[in-house]
Ligand binder design. Sequence first.
Ligand SMILES: Cc1ncc(COP(=O)(O)O)c(C=O)c1O
Length: 369
Amino acid sequence: MDFSQKLLNLKQSHLYRLRKISENTQNTQMIINGKSLINFCSNDYLSLASHPQVKEAFKQGVDKFGVGAGASHLISGHTSAHQALEEALADYTGQKKALLFSTGYMANVGVFSALKDELDWVLQDRLNHASLIDANHLIGLPLQRYLHNDIESLKQKLAKQTGQGLIVTDQVFSMGGDQANIKSIEKVANQSGALLMQDDAHGFGVFKTNIPKNSIYMATLGKAAGTMGAFVAGNEDLIDFLIQKSRPYIYTTAIAPALCVATLKSLELIKQGDQNTKLLANIRYFKNLSKTLNLPITNSNSAIQPFIVGSSEKAIHISKKMISAGFYVSAIRPPTVPKGTARLRITLSADHTQSQIKQLLTQLKHAIQ
Ligand SMILES: Cc1ncc(COP(=O)(O)O)c(C=O)c1O
């Protein structure tokens, strides 16, 4: 296998991926590759990853539970901290039960793994997150994709299915920031008897949850909650079934109990609402100012605000210009987004100041010309 030729091909097509090293906490101001930058590409939407109260809770969790869970949930790894967090997440989402997974990727594979023998077909939104598509392929269930956020396309595909099926959608789309119309999808799912699953990785903690009865809800804790891990929430039977059948749940070490203690504090802060109010004000300010500056914004109302520029080369060029000007904005290229829709994916956090947002947009206006 000639890896070096393959790597060269990636570089020549501007698709080679590079990691940057950050040297301080996840925050709006970061040191990246030795340079101080204002960070506009974190998923830490509520600025909880370095919140003093969350850090303190984490330390207390370490004092009480040590640093590792030591085993899987079904052996000796399920602590009172995991149990308390699951109960708090079920309560917050208005569901009977919740089940923790180590990451969102694993939670998605975990759901598909449990449903492997139960489903005849799966329909997914064309722009669903890679972990949902991978989960589907890895578990080997038949997959069809409907046009993005298009209920008619979903209905057309649905009309051709027989047997038990699953409809899957991101709630907030990870690269576009737009939201699925859960109410309409729920209606269509109910008419056909299909099960509905939503991935709310980017909406959890930002927007009020909308979870239809007897559906599957998945959200991650590494974004607005500022910690790590994920959970599935739903009715008692669903969660019990996942415990029995989900291989990525059964055959892995439970997340560190101290993380659960920290996440419980995050959840408290989410419920209290101050960080959320700041984030929503920042989103409004960003959108208004973008309009005033005639910048090409989309209809996203979430913390994810993309500027679609087209080619990968152009996206990288603008991202580099922004970094030289002191702003960390990532270029997102195919295959993460469809060909010809490479973009700058700007993400807003509660702790950004209006002055930082104004500087960003003024600089962006220069960079895209
Ligand atoms: C929509 C969506 N689902 C799932 C995941 C995976 O979550 P995690 O990072 O916890 O693995 C992500 C993000 O990375 C995501 O954007």
